[in-house]
Each structure stands twice: as structure tokens, then as C-alpha cells.
Design a binder for this molecule. Structure first.
Ligand SMILES: [Zn+2]
Length: 364
């Protein structure tokens, strides 16, 4: 099993109060560990507390539509969310989630630990693909039977390639390149789901703003990295500036704790300090600078304790109904005060631009 160092345990959940049984906390549901699956459980908890995603997937129309289609990942996820939000149980076993993942991804089939951030991306991509299929079906059927109420939430006016997943989690980075010889500028963009932030090395403590500054800092490409300048007609030293062209509704930040020191793989234990609010305005491109985009609220954290290959994942999630934080350590749940959310174990942070309201879920 996974080891949890005593030292880290102290910083995590130990000072919190163990919750009583006799359960009536929708969305607060532990997940049994089926053998090294803490990384899966931690990721599922974060998605389970992403209220707009949950509301969309547990919407009656979406449920009906998914029931008719062969969307394994979305179907599995909806059934799990139903259990976690409507099941009235303090824990459940994500058996189907695991078996679906194993059938799609061979690397999940053994009992070794996987990276939570990679799994989070994989799950969101698979969910997005499934929902695209559903949207396509809806478009086809609505063309055959024109209806008055085209308020269907999957096939929106944004087209078949947009889903609730891309709507919530996708942002856009802008890259401005400058030829250092002739000052010729170019601009390109790239969509992203997670920002993987470097951690400043050789210090024991820094802030999340420091990591963001490092990510967005201007870089000069020299030697082998020089870019081809269309005006000069040759490779030149190039300055590259990155900024946020489109901040996402939900911002996911991944701290690059697993890196290399020489030939050795290491885990960086730098205490990256963060608070409940995050201001992104220093990193926005000028076109979105004056909008209300820049302020985010923290609502979930994936923590990693222990070593590089022998660690343990837990999740801290804010519940929109109780307005309190809970620590999910597989099937064990503890309520934690806001002051204990920040810890040196943070690995993935999830922020929302809007404060989550009480979830509107049929049957809640
Ligand atoms: Zn040039």
C-alpha cells in the first residue's frame, strides 16, 4: 500500500474532526481504494466538486441522452456522480471507473501508481470526446425532427466541437515572438486545459504567483532554439512572451514537483504558498486586461505526500452545499478548516472564476 509519512500527515488532515456517521452530505462521499488507486480517487473527488460540470452531467436531458448512447466514460462518470451526490452514503467503490479506465488505458491495468495530473487530463479528454458524440447525435436527430425548444445543452450554437468540458476547462495562451534583429513580431495561440508551472529551484518556500511569473516570464531563444524570421529569411535570436489570451472558467494549475536533478528524478518539496483567491491580471494579454476575468477562487486541491515512486494522493474539496472544505483520503473523510487547505503537499490546484452556487441537481 501507499505510505504516508507522519510528518506530512500532521500538515494535512490530522487536526481536523472526524465526521459522524448517519450521512446526509450530498457530494461528500469517500471512494474505496481498490489497490493503489488513490490517484484516481483524488482526481474523481476534484471533478465531483466541479459544480457546473456536475450540474450539466446530472441534468435529466444529459442523463437520458447518455443512457441511449454508448459513451462509456461519460456514462460511467454520470453513474458515479449520481452515487456521490444522490446516494446518501459516506463512501462508495468506484469499481466501474476503474474497469472502464483499465479497458481504455493499459497502463491503468496494473496496480502501480499513476500520475494524478495525467489522469485528470485523460479523463477530461475522454469525457469531452463522449459528449461530442452525444452532441452530434442530437444535432442529427434535431435536423430530422425540428423542434421549437432548441435549448439542448450539449449541441449549442458554439458547434459540435464544443462541450461543457471545453467550455469550462479550456483557456487560450498567446505567444508574442519578436525577432531580436529586425523587431518583426508574430502572434500565435494555443489552447490549454492545465498550466504546468515550474517551481523556482533552490528555495524552500515561494508563492503560487512566483510560479506563475516563472511560467509567463519572457524567454530568449538562442543557438539551436532560434526561430526562423520571415522578414530576415533566416534563424534569429527570438524573444518569446507568453500571456493569457483567454482565461478559462475553471483554471487548473499543476505544480511540476517531479523533475530531474542531473540524471536523477527528484520530487521538489518546495512549499508553494497559495491562498483562497488568485489574481491573474498580471498575466492577461492587453485585449482582456480590463474585463472581470482575473479573479479566481480555489475550490479543490490534489495533494501528494511521500516520495517520488511511493507516495499517496489525497484531495481537498470545497462543497458548495455545506460551504466547507473536506479532506478525502480514499474512503476516509474529514472536514478541514480553511486554514489547513494550504500545505506543502499541493500538486494540482483547481480554481473557478465564479463562486459555485448551491448545485441544481434533480433529486437533491
Ligand atoms: Zn527578423
Amino acid at each position: 500500500m501507499n505510505s504516508i509519512s507522519v510528518e506530512n500527515e500532521k500538515q494535512g488532515c490530522s487536526s481536523a474532526v472526524k465526521l459522524q456517521s448517519g450521512w446526509n452530505r450530498p457530494g461528500v462521499c469517500g471512494l474505496d481504494n481498490s489497490g493503489n488507486s488513490c490517484y484516481l480517487n483524488a482526481v474523481l473527488q476534484c471533478l465531483c466538486s466541479s459544480v457546473p460540470l456536475v450540474e450539466h452531467l446530472l441534468n435529466q436531458d444529459t442523463r437520458n441522452e447518455l443512457g441511449r448512447s454508448k459513451c462509456r466514460v461519460a456514462g460511467m462518470f454520470v453513474r458515479l456522480l449520481e452515487e456521490m451526490w444522490l446516494g446518501r452514503s459516506s463512501s462508495c467503490a468506484p469499481v466501474e471507473a476503474r474497469s472502464v479506465l483499465c479497458s481504455i488505458l493499459p497502463q491503468f491495468n496494473n496496480y502501480s501508481q499513476q500520475d494524478a495530473q495525467e489522469l485528470l487530463l485523460f479523463l477530461l479528454n475522454a469525457l469531452h470526446d463522449d459528449l461530442k458524440k452525444v452532441a452530434k447525435r442530437q444535432m442529427h436527430s434535431s435536423r430530422r425532427q425540428p423542434r421549437q425548444d432548441q435549448n439542448s445543452n450539449c449541441a449549442s450554437a458554439a458547434g459540435e466541437s464544443s462541450t461543457i468540458v471545453s467550455h469550462l476547462f479550456e483557456g487560450q495562451l498567446g505567444y508574442m515572438t519578436l525577432c531580436m534583429h529586425c523587431n518583426h513580431q508574430t502572434h500565435s495561440t494555443q489552447t490549454f486545459t492545465v498550466l504546468s508551472l515550474p517551481i523556482p529551484t533552490d528555495i524552500i518556500k515561494c508563492s503560487i504567483q512566483d510560479c506563475l511569473s516563472l511560467f509567463f516570464e519572457q524567454t530568449i531563444l538562442t543557438r539551436g532554439e532560434q526561430m526562423l524570421c520571415s522578414v530576415c529569411g533566416m534563424r534569429r535570436e527570438t524573444a518569446v512572451r507568453t500571456c493569457l489570451d483567454k482565461p478559462p472558467e475553471i483554471l487548473m494549475l499543476h505544480l511540476k514537483r517531479f523533475g530531474c536533478k542531473g540524471k536523477n528524478q527528484v520530487k521538489l518539496r518546495t512549499n508553494v504558498v497559495f491562498s483562497m483567491r488568485l489574481n491573474l491580471s498580471p498575466f492577461l494579454s492587453s485585449s482582456v486586461q480590463n474585463t472581470s476575468y482575473s479573479s479566481y477562487r480555489l475550490y479543490a486541491v490534489v495533494n501528494h505526500t511521500g516520495h517520488l515512486h511511493m507516495g499517496h494522493y489525497t484531495a481537498l474539496c470545497h462543497n458548495a452545499l455545506t460551504q466547507t472544505w473536506h479532506c478525502f483520503d480514499d474512503s476516509a473523510i474529514r472536514e478541514v478548516p480553511d486554514s489547513l487547505v494550504q500545505s506543502p503537499n499541493a500538486y494540482v490546484l483547481l480554481y473557478s472564476r465564479k463562486r459555485f452556487q448551491k448545485p441544481k441537481i434533480h433529486g437533491l
